[in-house]
Design a binder for this molecule. Structure first.
Ligand code: PMP
Length: 360
């Protein structure tokens, strides 16, 4: 089988040109005489690459020196625990706005470790909307407010940021980082597992305002401490070197393609193609409130759920891969990360229209 259009939610599609470059230099990286996977993370060549990756990431998102950028392990899931471990001040709680399964998991971890509150939750609507920020029950003494800018399973995305006053906003950007420009100054901390819009699994990006490093809890194990990680340039131990290198190639690809402004307009085009196809038909349905629809993960159902498996099989035979909805909700889900070309969305829409003609 040749490479298809891969709609996987994660690990997800990577830019083909990046994979080709990695393939070309897999055996001999630069003038190292060895693969990037075979050299020390303390070697000059690796450090130069790691610093460049950080610089490119900073320039893509406009992250200035007031923020530290960390390349860590443990996935976004470890951040569910590290955020409260590091940022929750003694005697204070933390606020969570839950708009889907991932936010709920983040809250669960915080609650295991100490006091945490739900400031708003959209579970009653089936996680198909974002509660109006005016109605959030925020605690102005909270250590932070945690949101999930894009919920990957139900396909719910913030398109503007809430006001949280002096309380730092924390965001789990796993499935949307780098898909549009970001006003970084609105956040105290944000994080993203790499395996959707950044690179291979095994790497997590964390961006934290340096002033928050100062009040992070003492006596944490170094590997769980933002200040220890920042103090070591994310090299307390051997980092995930190959994932870091590949993320660096993706950042260079993004810069060469026109950066996040270009990704923003491509994301809008791709999502519009798909939502239009869904909305124009009685055969396909997306339940998310229009104002909260995700441009990255678009779940939809067929009028007749018994056709799901036929839809998936036929799509796959036409090279449209990994469209199965998350196991917790079923149906179909198309993820349209940066590396998905507009032609991928067009091919999916053409397939959906044909399928409806045959089966509808
Ligand atoms: N948050 C979001 C929004 C996600 O989509 C995911 C993974 N799908 C996670 C957290 C968990 O990420 P990880 O597997 O990197 O721990």
């Amino acid at each position: 089988m040749s490479r298809g259009f891969n709609f996987s939610a994660g690990p997800a599609i990577l830019p083909e040109i990046v994979l080709q470059q990695a393939q070309e230099e897999l055996l001999e990286w630069g003038d190292c005489g060895a693969s990037v996977m075979e050299v020390s993370h303390r070697s000059k060549a690796f450090i130069r690459m790691a610093e460049e990756a950080e610089q490119d990431f900073r320039s893509l998102l406009g992250i200035d020196d007031r923020y530290a950028v960390l390349f860590v392990q443990g996935g976004a899931t470890l951040q569910f625990a590290m955020v409260p471990m590091n940022l929750r001040r003694s005697g204070c709680s933390a606020d969570y706005v839950i708009t889907g399964s991932w936010g709920k998991k983040a809250y669960g971890q915080a609650q295991n470790l100490g006091p945490a509150r739900i400031a708003a939750i959209s579970e009653e609507s089936g996680f198909h909307d974002i509660p109006d920020p005016q109605l959030w029950a925020l605690d102005n003494r909270a250590s932070y407010v945690h949101i999930t800018p894009n919920e990957t399973i139900a396909g719910v995305e913030y398109h503007q940021w809430p006001e949280t006053g002096d309380v730092p906003l924390v965001g789990d950007f796993s499935s949307t980082l780098l898909s549009r420009p970001l006003d970084v100054s609105r956040f105290g901390l944000f994080y993203a597992g790499a395996q959707k819009n950044i690179g291979p699994a095994g790497l997590t990006m964390v961006v934290i305002k340096k002033e928050l490093l100062e009040n992070t809890t003492e006596n944490l194990p170094d590997m769980l401490s933002y200040s220890a990680l920042a103090g070591s340039g994310s090299m307390l131990n051997t980092p995930p070197t190959f994932a870091w290198y590949l993320a660096g190639l993706v950042f260079k690809w993004l810069v060469s393609e026109g950066g996040v402004a270009e990704m923003d307009s491509r994301s809008s085009r791709k999502a519009e193609l798909l939502y239009n196809a869904i909305d124009r038909s009685d055969f396909y349905y997306n339940p998310v409130a229009e104002s909260a629809r995700s441009r990255m993960n678009i779940p939809f159902t067929l009028a007749n759920a018994t056709l799901d498996s036929t839809f998936l099989e036929q799509a796959e035979s036409e090279g449209l891969l990994a469209l199965k909805g998350h196991r917790s909700v079923g149906g179909i889900r198309a993820s349209l990360y940066n590396a998905m070309p507009v032609e991928g969305a067009e091919a999916l829409v053409a397939f959906m229209q044909n399928f409806e003609k045959k089966m509808g």
